[in-house]
Design a protein around this ligand. Structure first.
Ligand code: C5J
Length: 221
């Protein structure tokens, strides 16, 4: 079975059995008040527009039986995997590992590190913890994808120009073809969202393809 989605810079074709849906870092720490994103001075409500379209995409891929991979950015409770360069960056109200309203920021096991309930994984879906922005860095993502014969990724998540962009570029360099869903990704900075999307599909798809969820869901029907 192949599905063809109208996309930029040209149609994206995939077989759901050789594809994974990536849901990148839909964690309370980025999407809800009191988390890491807000500690950096961001308006986290901007990211919430992604929730409903991503719920529709998740439902469609669950129906198709496609591999679904949820990632979470965060660190070990003892912070042994946290580089000082990451901990000390910026001028946040709270740093990674410090206690916030949802527990320790970006620490595995804390409430803030959890995926938001609206997009929570269900049994059988892969949950991948990662210490960096790129989902391949310090994880077994590539092994999981290759073991299942996956060649294409449909990408949702936050934020567009940070963890989504790092992951899509890393995937592209490993030979995976990526379709980024424009309304299932978002940034605290609307102009960065638009630029990152434009960068993916520019130059004949130098990094990948871009479409919205309606185009994908229309193609699946
Ligand atoms: C950030 C992410 N923005 N998931 N992480 O620090 O994009």
């Amino acid at each position: 079975m192949t599905i063809t989605v109208p996309a930029e810079p040209f149609s994206f074709t995939f077989d759901p059995r050789q594809t994974a849906l990536m849901c990148i870092d839909f964690q309370r720490d980025f999407v809800e008040a009191g988390g890491f994103g807000e500690s950096l001075g961001n308006d986290v409500s901007r990211l919430r527009t992604t929730i409903e379209p991503t719920q529709r995409v998740l439902a469609a891929f669950r129906e198709l039986g496609t591999t679904i991979i949820h990632t979470r950015e965060g660190h070990r409770p003892d912070l042994t995997d946290l580089f000082p360069a990451k901990r000390d960056r910026g001028n946040p109200t709270l740093r990674i590992g410090e206690e916030g309203p949802m527990g320790r920021l970006l620490v595995r096991g804390s409430r803030g590190h959890d995926i938001i309930p609206e997009l929570a994984p269900i049994e059988g879906e892969v949950v991948l913890d990662k210490p960096g922005k790129d989902s391949f860095y310090g994880t077994d993502l590539e092994t999981i994808l290759r073991a299942r014969g996956i060649t294409r990724l449909i990408v949702t998540g936050v934020t567009t120009e940070v963890c989504v962009q790092s992951t899509v570029r890393a995937a592209n360099d490993r030979g995976f073809e990526c379709l980024v869903l424009s309304d299932c990704t978002s940034s605290y900075f609307p102009e960065f969202h638009e630029s990152a999307l434009a960068m993916f599909s520019a130059q004949g798809g130098i990094v990948g393809w871009v479409a919205d969820s309606a185009a994908l869901l229309g193609a699946i029907k």
